[in-house]
Design a protein around this ligand. Sequence first.
Ligand code: HMG
Length: 385
Amino acid sequence: MEIGIDQITFATTPFYITMDDLADARQVDPNKYKIGIGQERQAVVPPTQDIVTLGAQAASKLSPKSLRNVSTLIVATESGVDNSKASGIYIKRLLGLNDYIRVVETKEACYSATAALQFARGIVALNPSENVLVIAADIARYGLNTPAEVTQGAGAVAMIISQNPRVLTIENTSVAYTKDIMDFWRPLYSMEAYVDGKYSNQVYVDFFLKTYHRYVQLTGRSLADFAALIFHLPYTKMGKKGLDGLLQDDASPVAERLRNNLAAEQKVSRQVGNLYTGSLYLGLISLLQNGDVTPGERIGLFSYGSGAEGEFYSGILQPDYRNQIGDDLLQTLQKRHQLSIGEYEKMFNDQLGMRKEDIIYDIDTDPSEFVLVGQQGNQRIYQEK
Ligand code: HMG
């Protein structure tokens, strides 16, 4: 039985800042952010958005027919809103999904959407008529005026995993690799991540090369068997570091095509920033909307989560993929509202975060379909507008 991604959609916040403005405010050469890091714009999160609203926004773009058939909802996130209750239960209500459903949350930094996808394949293998909804939703938050501020971002990707998938059939061979490493972490008392940035770059490339080479050993495949290799993109330059680590100075047509398709993967991410769990899958949509790929071809995917865990796996592109990947994201993202750095800093500081007190936000300032209205009696209040 063929199992994989049947539909895939993306949502982010309605606000952004430009890296030119951020560089100006932080007195940094803008080329460091735009070329050295490879970002152009960054999604900004208003206090009326969190992973629940972002996840609901992304999933509401899936077809109602696929949603009706969902037996299991898995939300992959490292920006959970409760230490006990799964965020997916709020999302299930906002989407109006059937009560006869299983809902859980997975966590391992940016990697856990890939774990969710692999778990989903198992569920579908045992129950072929069921769909699994995987939502990867996160807010990448490091702090104002920190070296990692330029790599913030936010958004969610929603995927239907089913039999006979119309986007990407997932192949059976995959290589996961895990080691206890402190490259990036966020203690329970902190809203911002702690990071050993340069070290995290090295571990990422090391895990990519280890998992890719083992996959090649197990399958007997080579570079020429891939139309594209796509990467978790904490910032777009990171994908280049990964691919450069493999290709070195290879100037063959196969290598050039992989470089061009990496550029296609990076296009949307440059406009949004890091999505943590969703980044690899936003990269997949960006590749499919902007790259040179043909049905029947193989795409290699490298998923990485700090802490650290990596997985390299592959899928075969399906004939109807163009109709299952949503609207042109580069166009859609043009409709967002640009903020000044002052407005961004205010939104950054206005997040609900760890506050305990009751609060009601002005939801009229947020044009999104799903909003966090506030908190009362230690309960978050969500609403569909
Ligand atoms: P930094 O120290 O400010 O930057 O931090 P830098 O000095 O290393 O410069 C960055 C690049 O810009 C360098 O290029 C410079 O040469 C270049 P590179 O050597 O990397 O190719 N540069 C310029 N280029 C053009 N014109 C200029 C100029 N000036 C400098 N004028 C760092 C950068 C990425 C470390 C920081 O932003 C950070 O800590 N970010 C967060 C950590 C991160 O994203 N790590 C990635 C791997 S770990 C991962 O992917 C997991 C993660 O998503 C979390 C999870 O799993 O949940 C993060």
